[in-house]
Design a protein around this ligand. Structure first.
Ligand code: GDP
Ligand code: MG
Length: 172
């Protein structure tokens, strides 16, 4: 095996918030201007070194299922962590967070660790959700929080690696 531990991380949130681009940015260093929902579940993988341990993150993409409000149970099965994403330029994606937190509570595994991510922070001039509101929401749900940009590569590595390290810390 090319890693010591393997963790499954799912990425959820409304369509268009940048989930697929966060994943390709983290796993391939790539960003794409267009949104191209693929069919079926896909995932990317990336390995990090932490405390002498090789941690492999297997990052699952909804592949557009969220548009039909029909993310399959298989998507959540065995997930060690979840990145719950909204778009800071779209208030509605923030308002829908309650739905996503409920979904991970109901469908996710016990002990699944969540992190809240406000994406597209490069578009500050179009901001509809204040950083403070994101932070307050995260505190209320007892999860960590950061704003990211898949485009500018701001905090993307941090979001995924801090989650993977937190999962590791919780399991050892
Ligand atoms: P998904 O539906 O949640 O998977 O979202 P996508 O990753 O397909 O992204 C939706 C659209 O938002 C695409 O046009 C992306 O180029 C754009 N996008 C994604 N992340 C960012 C970001 O951080 N900043 C900006 N400006 N655009 C982004
Ligand atoms: Mg997508």
């Amino acid at each position: 095996m090319d890693c010591d531990v393997l963790y499954k991380v799912v990425v959820i949130g409304d369509s268009g918030v940048g989930k697929s681009n966060l994943i390709t940015r983290f796993t391939q260093g790539k960003f794409s201007k267009d949104s191209k929902p693929t069919i079926g579940v896909e995932f990317g993988a990336k390995t990090i070194e932490h405390e002498g341990i090789t941690i492999k993150g297997q990052i699952w993409d909804t592949a557009g299922q969220e548009r039909f409000r029909a993310i399959s149970a298989a998507y959540y099965r065995g997930a060690n962590g979840a990145l719950i994403v909204y778009d800071i330029t779209n208030q509605e994606t923030f308002n829908n967070l309650n739905k996503w937190f409920k979904e991970i509570e109901n469908q996710g595994e016990n002990g699944c660790l969540n992190v809240l991510v406000g994406n597209k922070c490069d578009l500050d001039h179009l901001r509809q959700v204040q950083t403070e509101d994101g932070r307050t929401f995260a505190e209320k749900h007892n999860v960590s929080f950061m704003e990211t940009s898949a485009q500018d590569n701001t905090n993307v590595d941090l979001a995924f690696t801090s989650l993977l390290k937190e999962i590791y810390k919780n399991q050892k």
